[in-house]
Design a protein. Structure first.
Lengths: 297, 247
């Protein structure tokens, strides 16, 4: 209670000392004040703030939307041949980069219409180009999926096709070999399920009978071409099982040939029992992957 | 015959319904009725003013206590029209815009009544003057986005600064939900007001925030009074800024 008493006393002392009244005398004579508009100058916004990603020029944006002279009007959509050369990861990244930009543009179109009612043709054109790129990315992925599925159904024709491919590969001219190598990479993925990039291998699930068949096909084709060019090479057919075939998958042909001849000289080249094949491949690829990871890190 | 009711039964039913209606709580009980400085002291309320902002319509509600009641809405929106409808009591719509700490209860009460007077002035006495200062849309109506009219919050901020300047309420501390709303510094008298920012919050946890603010303000106010009293007893004279002690 003493606290309460003290407060009342002190407060009334203060109000007695005032010469300004604590009340408006006449409502009609009050000079009303202009509304106080909020302002962003009262605080700072970090240039790293994630919401800046919604603006065309990031944290350098001066306005809510870009005008046509700030936009890249000379660009074009990605073409199908360009996209066909991209890996799945690249397409994935590209898809999201475009998606983000389209989102920014959609916001800008909406704001340009709502705030100033200005024309948004330039934004729409840009968006159309990006929409086309999106459609083409989907088309490319569809093509790949179709090719993969069709390859799975080619059970009867597949041996004939592989034999034809082998002949074409061995007899290819020097200027054709790059594209034939690309074809081989696509073929090994489509027919045998061997991923184009080493880091994409899943050693638990990918190593199966098809994979091993794929290794021997690749070794046969590559060594065949090597022997056609160098008939007196140190390594000749037949290759002694997966131990001698695996180097042709993970090394270049010259390195693989050296490795195989070294194996033969040291007597380490043995024909594995069937039950040992998968563990051997897993083990060997695991080591290569480790080396690869160490190099890349 | 089961549908038939005796007169006594009917009367009792009517009586019960009236009871239920009377018992319905239209907002925070503590916010019901106007509080004098003595009432606030008795209720252990610090000298504060709570300013709520309606997130649907942009309207502003003043309260002396951390809460609001339908009576306050009725009293502060006296002449509703299609651009200034009587707002809903829903607690999720009213977000704290700022909390103002005054140096004593007289100031808090004076500011509350001053703000209500200014609101009355804008809504009724000087309606045309207030209308002239608002931003308009192409049709000459108050600018709006949907039902949201930002001008009401801006007027409330102007009124707050007006009241503080007019009554010279020194040692006032305004705690803003967002520093953005404070507007230009030139519109405030720096010798009277300090500005702060509240921690981020949502309406869900607003009551907890207000309870904490109240508790802190009570402690601060008590400490300030203790200081005053100590000063008076040391010097044998009234505290700074006083002319004559009251017996």
């Amino acid at each position: 209670m003493s606290q309460v008493f003290k407060r009342q006393l002190s407060a009334s002392v203060k109000s007695c000392a005032r010469n300004k009244p604590l009340k408006f005398s006449d409502l009609k004579s009050i000079q009303l004040r202009e509304p106080i508009t909020p302002t962003h100058r009262n605080f700072d916004v970090s240039p790293d703030h994630p919401l800046w990603a919604f603006f065309g020029n990031g944290s350098n944006s001066e306005h809510a939307y870009r005008t046509s002279d700030e936009l890249d009007t000379t660009s074009r959509a990605w073409t199908m041949p360009e996209l066909r050369r991209k890996s799945f990861d690249d397409l994935h990244k590209l898809w999201y980069i475009i998606l983000k930009e389209r989102n920014v543009i959609a916001t800008e179109r909406r704001l340009a219409n709502a705030i100033d009612n200005v024309g948004t043709t330039a934004l729409s054109d840009l968006d159309a180009k990006m929409g086309l790129s999106h459609k083409r990315i989907k088309q490319v992925l569809l093509e790949r999926q179709t090719a993969y599925e069709r390859a799975q159904t080619l059970t009867s024709d597949i041996n004939e096709y592989l034999a034809n491919f082998e002949q074409r590969y061995i007899n290819a001219a020097e200027d054709e070999i790059a594209s034939e190598n690309d074809k081989l990479v696509r073929l090994q993925y489509a027919v045998f399920g061997i991923q184009p990039a080493l880091e994409d291998y899943n050693l638990e699930s990918d190593i199966n009978q098809k994979f091993v068949e794929g290794i021997s096909f690749i070794a046969k084709v590559k060594l065949g071409r090597h022997l056609a060019q160098n008939p007196n090479s140190s390594v000749q057919f037949p290759l002694n099982g997966v131990v001698e075939e695996l180097p042709f998958l993970i090394r270049s042909v010259d390195q693989a040939v050296e490795e195989v001849s070294a194996l033969r000289e040291s007597g380490q080249s043995v024909l594995l029992d069937k039950i040992d094949v998968f563990p051997f491949v897993r083990n060997a690829l695991g080591k290569v992957l480790e080396e690869f990871n160490q190099q890349s890190s | 015959m089961s549908g038939m009711k005796l007169r006594a039964e009917k009367k009792m039913r009517k009586h019960l319904i009236e009871q239920l209606k009377a018992r319905k709580v239209l907002g925070a009980r503590i916010a019901q009725g106007e509080k004098s400085a003595e009432d606030l002291t008795r209720l252990n309320m610090p000298p504060q003013l709570y300013v709520f902002h309606n997130r649907f319509s942009g309207q502003v509600l003043y309260s002396q206590v951390p809460g609001f009641h339908q009576d306050q809405i009725d009293a502060q929106f006296t002449r509703p029209n299609w651009q200034n409808r009587k707002p809903n009591r829903r607690t999720d719509l009213w977000k704290l815009m700022c909390v103002v700490n005054f140096s004593n209860h007289e100031y808090a009460v004076a500011a509350y009544h001053g703000l209500k007077d200014l609101r009355k002035c804008r809504d009724t006495v000087q309606q045309q003057v207030a209308k002239a200062m608002r931003k308009k849309d192409d049709d000459g109506n108050i600018w709006s986005s949907g039902q949201y009219r930002p001008t009401y919050a801006q007027e409330a901020v102007a009124d707050l600064s007006h009241v503080i300047d007019e009554f010279e309420l020194e040692n006032t501390r305004v705690m803003w939900e967002s520093a953005w709303r404070k507007g230009d510094d030139a519109r405030w008298r720096n010798d009277l007001v300090e500005h702060e920012t509240l921690p981020p919050f949502t309406t869900k946890y607003q009551t907890a925030l207000m309870a904490e603010l109240q508790e802190k303000a009570v402690a601060e106010f008590a400490a300030a009074r203790e200081g005053d009293m100590a000063h008076q007893s040391d010097t044998g004279a009234p505290g700074p800024g006083t002319s004559s002690p009251v017996a």
